[in-house]
Design a protein around this ligand. Structure first.
Ligand code: SF4
Ligand code: SF4
Length: 400
């Protein structure tokens, strides 16, 4: 890393990470705005969409700084958590048929529901002889597949952030003929709309503001969150990933609520614009088509997934290997017995209320999908002692 880049990172950390004075000021604003809202609203939730925001909130103990009645909850923003077991089962099957499977490290450990030849994850399939390779991105898979020339499939799990990269490999003709892409890319705003819809039906005064994902929004632009703000009449703030970013976003949401506003605003101005990356959006449109897609624990959501467009059909693993799309009945009951991931991914339930949390289900031996990825809510809570620990420390230090 150049000296200049490392200086920039240090100065950003000083502003957005190690800044106790600013944090105290922001918490003061949060308290002030919330006290104005309490009479009309009572208790309510602010939801973070993205697993990395959940990480920031939990890792830095931000919940312990919130006034009583203001609950920060995690949403469906971990692509590993919401990928149906069906697709992992198909990848395992292809692996046993001799096809090389490329996957990200967290997907490798994702438990599938129906074991095949004794394997309930790609990791187990590898142990039983299938050729499963962990890669950091599609570029690694391209180089490796070119070198060995065998039939291969890249599991393209992710949100819009990765879609532009996949699109570029298709448009620029970078994929060798022996490598197919199984596009399991999901689109974030439709899932946010569906999640708030579900909660609004079930809980009074549920979600009153959204902390929207920064990385995704560099691609899709803040404009893509306007349908969420308009439909639910709640503020949406596109936010960076440092603790000060998140505190600013919470203060901004509360300020809008006090003023009776429901706008999309951008806190993460150092990376995100209203329009987003138009070139990337154009590439995604050319390479993919938008489809109704299945979200594990949530169900089918309209216009919430990307599959390879007809123009690039020869690189589509679904067509090449005749894999039918998931049937609605496989999408229901898609979680192991006792696992509460369906409620965790929509912010209805806390991981600590799952009877399996840190008993049968742990980061080293996950039962449900939310315990697998670093961005999974249960894995984050498990790692950072969210089982009341942050609250107890805050109480001891008289911070609340
Ligand atoms: S890719 Fe970025 S925005 Fe998407 S879930 Fe991961 S950290 Fe969040
Ligand atoms: S603790 Fe494990 S089993 Fe329970 S909801 Fe989380 S991932 Fe599912």
């Amino acid at each position: 890393m150049s000296e200049e880049a490392s200086q920039t990172i240090k100065s950003l950390e000083k502003i957005f990470r190690n800044n106790a004075n600013l944090a105290k000021t922001l918490v003061g604003y949060i308290d002030k705005f919330y006290s104005k809202l309490q009479k009309d609203f009572g208790s309510f939730k602010i939801m973070d969409f993205c697993g990395t925001h959940e990480w920031t909130i939990t890792h830095y103990g931000l919940r312990s700084l919130m006034p009583e009645g203001l609950e920060l909850v995690a949403g469906p923003g971990c692509p590993v958590c919401v990928t149906p077991s069906y697709y992992i089962e198909n990848a395992i099957r292809l692996g046993f048929e001799g096809i090389v499977i490329y996957t990200y490290g967290d997907v490798y450990r994702l438990p599938s529901l129906k074991p095949l030849n004794g394997a309930s994850s790609l990791a187990e399939a590898k142990a039983l002889g299938a050729e499963i390779k962990i890669v950091t991105g599609i570029g690694d898979a391209i180089l490796d597949a070119r070198a060995h020339g065998k039939e291969a499939v890249f599991l393209g799990i992710g949100f819009e952030t990765v879609a532009s990269g996949y699109a570029q490999t298709l448009i620029s003709n970078l994929l060798p003929e022996n490598l197919k892409l199984m596009s399991l890319v999901k689109l974030t705003p439709p899932a946010m709309i569906a999640t708030v819809d579900i909660l609004e039906k079930e809980e009074e005064n549920s979600v009153k503001g959204i902390i929207a994902p920064g990385h995704v929004s560099t691609i899709i632009g803040a404009k893509s969150w306007k349908p969420v703000a308009d439909r639910h009449k709640i503020p949406v703030v596109v936010t960076g990933f440092e603790p000060i970013d998140v505190l600013i976003a919470i203060a901004e949401i509360l300020k809008q609520l006090v003023r009776g506003e429901a706008k999309v605003s951008i806190e993460y101005t150092r990376a995100v614009s209203w329009e987003g990356d138009l070139k990337a959006q154009e590439m995604i449109c050319r390479a993919f088509k938008v489809v109704e897609d299945a979200w594990r624990g949530i169900g089918f959501l309209p216009e919430s997934g990307l599959r390879i467009s007809d123009h690039f059909a020869s690189f589509d693993a679904f067509r090449e290997y005749g894999i039918p799309e998931i049937a609605p009945e496989s999408c229901q009951a898609d979680l192991p017995k006792g696992c509460r991931c369906a409620e965790v991914v929509i912010g209805k339930e806390k991981p600590t209320n799952c009877p399996l949390f840190m008993k049968k289900c742990t980061p080293s031996s996950p039962v449900g999908p939310c315990m697998v990825s670093l961005e999974g809510t249960c894995a984050i809570w498990a790692r950072f002692g969210a089982n009341g620990l942050a609250d107890r420390i805050a109480d001891e230090l008289e911070l609340r």
